[in-house]
Design a protein around this ligand. Structure first.
Ligand code: HEC
Ligand code: HEC
Length: 222
């Protein structure tokens, strides 16, 4: 058992005032889980599963990515953001929520809402993870197209560092949509892509085109 000795001196009264202040504001009254807080103070507007309640004009929360939730909640809990707008409804409630001692950290609430209500989180826990274009390229594309998109003759992967940005976008879009999958030149890539997507490494063609162009094309690097 550790004993904490408070130093004598000028700081003690301040500490006491602070502690008493917190107790009076109710922050010490109960320790509530995010679930308690959500179900008691958010669910009647946002739904018990974060699905949103039309009557209350409260948007669904179960479709937002975790970082978007963190961001929104951070804004909502920051009292400074009161310039007109829809956000006033929430902010108003936010203040009431805090007065009731239901204070929470935006990141904790975002994690709770995301992992409990967003179906994507369940995929993620089964090994799905959103990869950046850079990660996907390094892990899935470099072995055939070269680590600098210079092409790899052994694997028959053509160079990708010579294409203009819009050409890459077109190629990647048509590969994704399987336009050319009927035999032909792109059959192999279309098949490869399907396997890549099945491994949860889906990417947006534009993101991949941008990544390849600006990292590997001499013109794009300038
Ligand atoms: C009285 C109803 C009401 C309550 C209670 C309420 N909200 Fe909201 N919330 C809204 C409305 C309406 C909006 C949309 C307008 C706005 O942004 O103010 C919103 C917006 C949000 C947003 C932004 C969503 C987006 O797509 O921009 C988040 C996140 C959020 N609420 C979380 C919460 C959490 C967490 C709680 C509980 C601590 C809560 N809300 C309690 C009505 C409510
Ligand atoms: C197993 C080897 C292999 C992998 C892995 C692979 N590719 Fe390919 N890729 C090819 C081959 C071979 C071609 C040319 C023939 C074809 O399109 O089927 C090609 C064609 C392309 C083309 C069209 C360019 C052209 O000149 O026809 C693009 C764009 C492309 N790949 C991008 C990618 C991206 C992005 C990835 C990773 C997500 C990737 N490839 C992974 C082998 C591969």
């Amino acid at each position: 058992m550790k004993t904490v000795y408070l130093k004598r001196g000028g700081t003690l009264p301040l500490v006491l005032v602070f502690v008493i202040g917190l107790a009076a504001s109710g922050a010490f009254a109960q320790v509530l889980s995010m679930e308690d807080i959500y179900q008691k103070t958010c669910a009647h507007c946002h739904g018990i599963k974060g699905e949103g309640v039309g009557d209350k004009k409260a948007p669904p929360l179960n479709t937002l990515p975790q970082n978007a939730l963190s961001y929104e909640l951070f804004n909502l809990t920051a009292v400074t953001q009161s310039s007109g707008s829809d956000h006033e409804i929430m902010e108003h409630n936010q203040r009431k929520i805090e007065e009731k001692g239901m204070r929470y950290h935006p990141d904790d609430m975002a994690r709770y809402i995301y992992t409990t209500f967003n179906p994507l989180a369940k995929l993620e826990s089964r090994g799905y993870h959103e990869y950046s274009a850079e990660e996907v390229y390094a892990q899935m594309c470099a072995k055939c197209h070269g680590d600098k998109a210079q092409g790899d003759p052994d694997k028959k992967g053509p160079p990708l560092n010579t294409y203009a940005l819009h050409e890459l976008e077109m190629e990647l879009l048509s590969l994704k949509e399987g336009f050319q999958s009927s035999g032909g030149h792109h059959a192999l890539m279309a098949e490869t892509l399907k396997r890549i997507e099945n491994r949860g490494m889906a990417y947006h063609p534009k993101d991949m085109a941008t990544y390849i162009y600006f990292h590997f094309n001499e013109k794009g690097k300038k």
